[in-house]
Design a protein. Structure first.
Length: 226
């Protein structure tokens, strides 16, 4: 849980930084986000996510328990300092994402209004997609604050409810960018439609009418594409 949350948050930080350099450093944007630099950023992101989960293994090993339920479901229970660490870390991570993304996208939108050029519309669409993808973190930020409140005030039922809500939020955060790219990015839609058209043509027979002037029989020849 901690690893996945950290990876998603760091990923959106990288996306917002990418959009920021696209508008404020357009001449060096490709150099900044070269393949080497991008791989190093992703590697650092995963290392950071793994480090964030290490306290559960070395500091709070006795606070986490697995229980086999009646229906054969393995349930994870965490309490004590492990719950407190998880809650506070969630607040810190989401606060960082909300603040950084908010400032970055506001600056990008201000610069986008002045941007003109051949790729301006594409950059605008990518900016809208990135900003919309980060919106669920505002909801997660509110959930994390409510989790801290319930944890410090002993509201266990509310804390369990908020924890279950987190699983649904992760599904939205993980899948939303993909669908937004399809909705916002016209070039991507055209590419997908072209690929689907190619697949459809390969699976359907095509009929060729030969030229009568070549001395070939006027019978139609049907070719089935593999």
């Amino acid at each position: 849980m901690i690893c996945s949350q950290t990876v998603l948050c760091c990923g959106h930080l990288l996306i917002s930084a990418n959009r920021l350099t696209a508008f404020y450093k357009p001449l060096t944007h490709e150099e900044i986000w070269s393949t080497k630099h991008t791989l190093l950023a992703v590697l650092f992101m995963w290392i950071l996510s793994i480090i964030s989960a290490l306290p559960f293994l070395f500091i709070f090993p006795e606070s986490i328990r697995f229980y086999l339920m009646k229906k054969g479901i393995v349930q994870l229970f965490a309490g004590g300092f492990a719950t407190l660490y998880d809650t506070i870390q969630s607040v810190v991570i989401n606060t960082t994402v909300v603040l950084f993304c908010s400032v970055s996208y506001v600056c990008c939108f201000m610069m986008a209004r002045k941007t003109v050029g051949r790729n301006a519309s594409i950059e605008h669409n990518l900016l809208i997609c990135a900003a919309t993808s980060a919106f669920p973190f505002f909801i997660e930020f509110i959930r994390a604050i409510a989790g801290v409140f319930s944890s410090f005030n002993g509201l266990s039922e509310l804390y369990v409810l908020l924890t279950e809500l987190w699983f649904y939020e992760i599904e939205v955060v993980a899948s939303l960018p993909m669908w937004l790219q399809v909705i916002v990015n016209k070039s991507l839609r055209d590419c997908l439609l072209a690929e689907f058209s190619k697949l459809r043509k390969r699976s359907t027979p095509s009929t060729i009418l030969p030229d009568r002037g070549c001395g070939v029989s006027s019978n139609m020849v049907t070719i089935y594409s593999r």
